[in-house]
Design a protein around this ligand. Structure first.
Ligand SMILES: [Zn+2]
Length: 302
């Protein structure tokens, strides 16, 4: 059996950061890391950061309130420690979000920011215990929250979602437009994995629901995954090769589908008749993998 190499172009799947072992890293070790003069901290306000040139802006931990929420982000390849500090203060235009920065940051900084944003989103939703409703406090270097009443421990979660580019036997790609998007904005088909469902079952179900196309396990190739922390998705990317079938959009979620040859897609992108998702997205990378190179233009927010 021949395996295709996985996608290496996934913007948010880059990393030059080593995570600590959450099973063995102790509170004492974390307090020693926090007291070290060499730890570099990024400040996160409303899921945004400031830049220093092309890199993230780093601060001394001493600059922050002692009670601020601090999260261990691991070490770089030279052993330097990094942390995120969540701060509730107003932001201006100098504060940038992950969608706008993701493709521009280096491998170290994109890993730091994606992790910090994912954890900030989780902390914002985990302040109360799901078992007894009691207030929770931050534990395990910012990687868990523990209920003060019943001691239940919550961990950050990722919600798996599947996303696929459909390609037919003539090597045309199928993309669709969601009801709420602009008339020229198209993308691959995607949806969340439901409880009790495998990723492949979810993909087969979603493609049938959204595009009307029936897919079998033998049609599906896994292409790679990428975190999408808005707020907590893990995108599992696929290419699906089918024999030609008529596509019938569901008319509710997906209102229009288009089959494209490479020449047609390039032409429509150049003419502005087709806007594809931004390069930070796994959808764009699945489309450009099929196309063979970068395509022009992208939507800002559909
Ligand atoms: Zn509780």
């Amino acid at each position: 059996m021949k395996f295709e190499p996985l996608l290496t172009s996934l913007t948010l799947s880059r990393s030059a950061i080593q995570r600590r072992n959450r099973e063995t890293f102790t509170d004492l070790q974390w307090s020693q890391v926090l007291a070290s003069p060499n730890i570099k901290a990024i400040e996160l306000r409303d899921f945004r950061v400031e830049l220093n040139g092309a890199e993230l802006k780093f601060h001394n931990l001493q600059n922050f309130d002692a009670n601020s929420l601090k999260i261990d982000l691991g070490t770089d390849l030279d052993g330097n420690s990094y942390a995120a500090v969540l701060v509730e203060k107003p932001v201006d235009d100098s504060w940038r979000d992950l969608r706008s920065l993701g493709a521009k940051l280096n491998d170290r900084d994109v890993a730091l920011m994606a992790t910090a944003v994912a954890l900030a989103n989780w902390h914002a939703r985990a302040t109360f215990c799901p078992v007894c409703g009691g207030a929770t406090t931050v534990t395990n270097a910012g990687w868990s929250r523990t209920c003060a009443k019943c001691k239940q421990v919550q961990h950050p979660r990722s919600d798996p979602a599947v996303i696929a580019l459909i390609v037919d036997k003539d090597d045309r790609a199928l993309i669709g437009r969601r009801a709420e998007w602009a008339e020229s904005s198209f993308s691959t088909f995607a949806g969340f994995v439901e409880a009790g469902e495998s990723a492949e079952m979810a993909l087969i179900r979603e493609l049938k629901e959204e595009s009307g196309i029936s897919v079998q396990l033998s049609d599906i190739s896994y292409r790679g995954s990428q975190v999408w922390p808005f707020p907590a998705s893990l995108m599992l990317g696929y290419q699906v090769k089918i024999q030609s079938q008529e596509s019938v959009p569901d008319g509710i979620e997906i209102v229009e589908v288009r089959w494209y040859t490479r020449d047609e897609m390039k032409f429509d992108c150049e003419e502005g008749r087709l806007q594809l998702p931004p390069s930070i997205s796994i959808a764009r990378q699945l489309i450009e993998e099929w196309f063979g190179s970068a395509l022009p233009g992208e939507w800002l927010r559909p």
